[in-house]
Write a protein that binds this ligand. Structure first.
Ligand code: PMP
Ligand code: GLN
Length: 381
């Protein structure tokens, strides 16, 4: 027997994989893992095909194809009036997850502490631990999942190296406000603490709210890696393409890792996405599109016994069921799949300690028909 020392002994297969597999096995409606069940724009597929026919089939440049980086710079400037240099401050990645991994690997040394807000996207904590870093957790509480910044300050030590933000947030659908950003600036001014800002849901923000990107605040921008995902923007999560924006000094460090953990990413798709995004109408309506789905799904669920939590952004709706059952959220989710035919994600999976507030997460990036069918089943509970 080989003696193999696991680097992540407490980690098993991700909840998204587990739930999607179970959904398929039980032929349940899959509102668990976050991905659309409708097709992306056929025009986009045509453009990928065209790029392949045009010969974009070999390695793209290591930091990404220039035409896509320029298109991203133009999009960011159009949306936020902020400039990033495509040559030195934008890197195209294999989705948001690789960008997160790469930014952490570029910065975190053994013993460095990283503050995260839980419930959190599941890749943050294991990645930090893999690098020898220490996870300092701030647990957010339902229903608002707000941040008390004085409490965050208490987590600071001489070893605090980074803070990970995620707004709009997965899984809670909460967002950071202007006053959150101001409080954060007060906390970190004069320190060397860096920020990893996971903004993959930047366009999925509702009710006329403005996305509070770190790039809008010079004190934050200068110390931030901003992560985005084309999976969300283009309704094509399987393409696994995204990007990282960061000031030149941070980008330099980022690319030192990027060139060895992926080197470069799909060249034909980069070309096609650049072509596609030249038309801002292709992404500007996305908040309205998802807001309609959120409202439709909330209306359907209001006829069920579930209690709806606020959803200000992302494509996730959380509900609480504590008044219906005292089962653990994992057990309740299993029963939902097996007995009622709907797959969800138990929110305890987003807490390292498995904190269970009896809340489950639904993904509403689905055809209206799928949502209606799921709601019919959920009304039986
Ligand atoms: N961050 C968050 C908060 C996410 O929900 C996801 C997954 N959708 C990602 C990062 C990863 O994005 P990608 O699929 O592009 O790797
Ligand atoms: N971000 C998606 C979610 O939260 C899933 C990503 C994944 O499967 N790793 O459902």
């Amino acid at each position: 027997m080989l003696n193999i020392q696991s680097k992540l002994p407490g980690v098993s297969t991700t909840i998204f994989t587990v739930m999607s597999k179970l959904a398929a096995e039980h032929q349940a409606i899959n509102l668990s893992q976050g991905f659309p069940d409708y097709a992306c724009d056929p025009k986009l597929i045509e453009l990928v095909n065209k790029a392949m026919v045009d010969g974009y089939n070999q390695y793209a440049p290591m930091p990404g194809s220039m035409v896509l980086k320029e298109t991203i710079a133009a999009k960011v400037e159009h949306l936020y009036q902020i400039k990033y240099n495509p040559d030195t401050e934008i890197t195209i990645t294999a989705g948001g997850t690789q960008a997160i991994f790469t930014a952490l690997a570029a910065i975190i040394n053994p013993g460095d502490e990283v503050i995260i807000f839980e419930p959190a996207y599941d890749s943050y904590a294991p990645t930090i631990k893999l690098l020898g870093g220490l996870v300092k957790t701030y647990e957010l509480a339902p229903p608002a999942y707000g941040i008390d910044w004085d409490m965050v300050k208490k987590l600071f030590t001489a070893n605090t190296r980074m803070i990970i933000l995620n707004s709009p947030q997965n899984p809670t659908g909460s967002i950071l406000s202007e006053s959150d950003m101001e409080a954060l600036i007060k906390l970190i001014s004069g320190t060397d603490i860096l920020i990893l800002s996971d903004e993959v849901y930047e366009h999925l923000i509702y009710d006329g709210q403005k996305h509070q990107s770190v790039m809008l605040y010079p004190e934050l921008k200068k110390r931030s890696f901003v992560v985005a995902s084309f999976g969300k923007l283009l309704h094509a999560t399987g393409w696994k393409l995204g990007y990282c924006l960061a000031p030149e000094r941070l980008t330099k460090e980022f690319r030192k890792v990027h060139q060895f953990n992926v080197f470069s990413v799909n060249s034909a798709m980069q070309q096609a996405i650049a072509d596609y995004l030249k038309t801002p109408e292709h992404y500007l309506g996305i908040a309205g599109f998802f807001q309609q789905k959120r409202d439709y799904f909330r209306k359907l669920l209001s006829e069920s016994r579930f209690e709806l939590l606020p959803c200000k952004g992302s494509y996730f709706q959380c509900v609480s069921y504590g008044h219906i059952s005292d089962e653990k959220d994992v057990d309740f989710s299993m029963r939902l799949i097996k007995e009622f035919g709907v797959a969800t994600i138990p929110v305890s999976a987003f807490y390292q300690k498995g904190t269970d507030h009896k809340i489950i997460r639904f993904c509403f990036a689905k055809e209206d028909q799928t949502l209606a069918l799921a709601a019919e089943k959920l009304k039986n509970i």
